[in-house]
Design a protein around this ligand. Structure first.
Ligand code: RIB
Ligand code: CA
Length: 313
């Protein structure tokens, strides 16, 4: 039976890759998309999520979520990475569909309660909707199968500060609530996503085999690839969000380490995911009695990209 998932997202070019990957994967059943601010405003994220369902011709509910961080002041949207439209400035027409009435947090709670123990939440943006769901119904932490999130970094440098990754930095308080709740969390951070390079030859083969989703991803990925190749010595882009989908399809692609994760919520280290490996004791109490997070530290990049290409083709 297909694994039931909810995707929480701020689409976003790599979010689009992840969402098409999930829609095409026979191993997964997407119960809905919930949206958050992050790469773009939550209104545009919601519009973009609906657009992706219409391109893929799938009928799944889209529920609009949080517009701002839970405590800190909002940070600017990274137009320079994802474009003003969140899709690499390809000026795609507005979708016809509308979001459902209920909030993202309410959708998460209702769906998890409808399928207790069966739903995996895949989080691809800042974690405000998951933190709101915990506030709305704390029991939800015991009813979710797993939370698999793209975010954070244990030992690899950050991408918005030397120690912080964007999704966590955008709402550090929400992230800390997610990492310290009683659900099983798996962190797909920069430690592994910086080992996976998606390049145009792969995108061209997918476009050849699947002109609809492949054509869209190729077009919007050009802005994303240009961002990376103009700043770093790389001919492609990092495969951030879609790595979560590969994990839920085939966890053996990744190597994990267990430990407690806490998030710095102030100071120059704000947004840092501070990882205390299982069995290491420290005199400072912050990591005591914190549930174990599975932190991905290794990845078989070739196997991951092959799974993406074959699934989308
Ligand atoms: O740091 C990468 C993450 O931030 C990805 O989820 C990307 O879409 C942005 O949200
Ligand atoms: Ca994202």
């Amino acid at each position: 039976m297909a694994r039931k998932i909810i995707i929480d997202t701020d689409p976003g070019i790599d979010d689009a890759m992840a969402i098409f990957f999930a829609f095409q994967a026979p191993q997964l059943e997407v119960l809905g998309l919930t949206t958050t601010f992050g790469n773009v405003s939550v209104d545009l994220a919601t519009q973009n999520a609906i657009t992706l369902t219409e391109i893929a011709k799938v009928t799944v509910p889209v529920a609009k979520g949080v517009a701002v961080p839970s405590v800190i002041a909002p940070r600017p949207h990274p137009d320079f990475v994802h474009g003003k439209d969140g899709f690499g400035n390809i000026d795609w027409p507005a979708p016809k569909g509308k979001a459902v009435e209920k909030s993202a947090a309410q959708f998460i709670v209702d769906t998890v309660r409808e399928f207790p123990g069966e739903v995996t939440i895949i989080a691809l943006g800042p974690l405000g909707n998951l933190a709101e769901a915990l506030k709305l119904d704390p029991e939800v932490a015991n009813l979710v199968d797993e939370v698999v999130l793209m975010g954070g970094t244990a030992i690899e440098y950050g991408n918005v500060s030397p120690v912080a990754e964007a999704n966590i930095m955008n709402d550090p308080h929400a992230a800390d609530a997610v990492f310290t709740a009683s659900w099983q969390v798996t962190m797909i951070g920069l430690d592994v996503t910086h080992q996976v390079l998606l390049d145009n030859p792969i995108l061209e083969r997918i476009r050849e085999a699947n002109p609809t989703e492949g054509g869209f991803l190729y077009d919007c990925a050009q802005h994303y690839i240009n961002f990376y190749s103009s700043r770093f010595d790389m001919d492609g882009c990092y495969f951030h969000d879609a790595s979560t989908i590969a994990y839920v399809i085939d966890p053996s692609i990744f190597g994990v380490e267990l430990g407690a994760v806490r998030v710095a919520c102030e100071g120059i280290g704000i947004g840092q995911t501070i990882f205390a490996p299982e069995g290491m004791d420290f005199p400072t109490p912050h990591w005591n009695d914190v549930p174990m997070t599975q932190v991905c530290m290794e990845v078989d990049s070739d196997k991951l990209l092959k799974l993406f290409e074959t699934t989308l083709s």
